[in-house]
Design a protein around this ligand. Sequence first.
Ligand code: ZN
Length: 290
Amino acid sequence: MDWSGQSESSNVEDRRGAGPAVAAGGGMLTIVAVALAYFLGIDPNQAKQVADKIGGRMGEKRKTDTPPTEDEHYHFARKVLGSTEEVWDAYFRDNYRKRYEHPGMVLFSESVDSGGCGTAPSAVGPFYCPVSRKVFLDPTFFDELEKKLGGDKGDASRAYVVAHEVGHHVQNLLGYNTRVEEFRKREGENGGIRLELQADYLAGVWANQASKKNPNLFNRNDMASIIKTAQAIGDDRIQKKMRGWTSPESFTHGSAAQREKFFMKGFETGNASKEALDVLFNPRVAPLDL
Ligand SMILES: [Zn+2]
C-alpha cells in the first residue's frame, strides 16, 4: 500500500507498556463478553487456553516492556484510522445525511480496560467495545496472525483488521448491533455470524471508497494479502488449527470462504446503503452457504 499523503487520525491512544489492566472491583480480567465484538471470536474465558494451544505469547507478560512511543505501529494505526474517518465521514454525509461520529482506538499490551465492556487480555485479539465506542488492538497480534494462524502481516492485511473493527463501529451507529437478537428469534439462525460478515463487508466498502479517493493506495498484491488473512481467520481454519476438526454449528465469524466472499462483495460494490446492508440480514436474499 502507498500511505504517502494519508493524514493521521488524532483519535489513537497509546497505552502500551502501562502494565496489566485491573478491573474495577479488584478482579483481574473480568469480561462482559456479550457486548464485545471479537475479531477472532475467541471466548475470553478460553483465551488463555487458546493462547497456549496455538503456542502464542499473546496475553503473556513481556518483562522487557517499555512504552514504545510513536513507533511504526502508532503511526500506522493513526493512518489507517485516518483513512476510515475520511471514507465514513463522506459516506455518512452523502448517503445517510448525518455526521459520522469518530471511534477511538487504543493500542495496548497484556490487557486493557475497555471502558464499559470489561477488561480483556491480549489473547482475545482485536475487538470493538460499543459502550466506549473504541477499537482495541495489541499490535503484537499481527505477529501471531502470521506465525500461528497463517495470515499475512502485510500492511493491507493489518488495515483490513482495523477496518473490520471500524465496521463494527459503523454497525453500532446504524443500529445493526441490536438487531442480532431479533434476527435470531425471527430466523432461528445465529445472527452473530451475519454481524461479523457484515463487518467484513464494511471493511470491503472502506477499501473500495479509499481506493477511489487515492488510486495508488492499494497495489496489485494487497488484495491477495487481505484474502489470505480473511481466510486464515475463518472459523473452520481456526477450529481445525485448535482442535483438528470443525463444527459449523459453533461458528461465530463465518468460514474462510464466507469471510473472503463478504469482504470482496463490499470491495466490488462499495455500497453501504441501508438497502445493501439490510439485504445481509435477509437469509432469503443472502444465504450464507455457498
Ligand atoms: Zn468482528
